[in-house]
Design a protein around this ligand. Sequence first.
Ligand SMILES: [Zn+2]
Ligand SMILES: [Zn+2]
Length: 290
Amino acid sequence: MKPKKTDPMKSFLKKYPFLAEAERIYRLVDEAVGTPEPIQLPERAVTKTLTEKLPILQQETYKSRMVRAVSLMQEDVFTRIAEAEVPPLMQESAREYLAVLKKLRKAAKEEFIIAVLRQDKAAFAALCEQHALNEGFIRSTIWRMVAALVPAELKEPDGWNPDRDRPRFRENYCPVCGRRPVLAELRKYREGRTRDLICGGCGTRWLYARVGCVYCGNTNLEKMHTLEPTDSDLMRLDICDVCDSYIKTYRGPANGSDADAIYRQDWASVHLDLLAEEKGLHKKGNPILE
Ligand SMILES: [Zn+2]
Ligand SMILES: [Zn+2]
């Protein structure tokens, strides 16, 4: 008899029933974004990132290409969100953005996307304030479209660093979009483990130093500590005492199974963010917040 295949999401939600609503909303936005054709990013874009440490979407040509692609789909996506069974506040925020886009010319519509890709928080906040829009919702939804438009092979850590003993890119920002990471993941490698960072914007994963703060670069281990939640040993918080920030670190054994993908989602461990918030720690890399 074949072993029964269990849906990893089902068993995950059975374990964390309070995350069901977050998962539902995440899934509905996923459906609204759909599966657009990824944008074309030639090998020379990757080469430039490797040699100049300039993320692909910060290179003018490819940034414009991404802006156009998001611009072409954003009205459809926000229309679908406005009609989906998401919380009323989200529906309303989507409708408000659509109403604003409707009266703007193409260049003005693109300004929102450009500010998001540049990670110009002040410029994007000003745009949203000017039009009375929900900043966090629109920014994070634009990132969801960007993530869908980045070719899948560029999101794989082994593509950026085929040889983990001789890394080609090992910065603390995403090689594709330039954002700071939102999560980390420890992976078995030879006798020990290596650490990949995960971008909360475009979903890329890339190799980084095994120890030290991913945000401020502190490498003094006496000024770092970890916090392990009592209910699970799959995730822990790596906390830096220099900058008071933390990164949730997945150290699951699943190794390539579907369950790994769940733990690479920021929403799937939001209870740990609450724990960190209680301790006055700063969260970084989440597109709703920055
Ligand atoms: Zn990214
Ligand atoms: Zn730090």
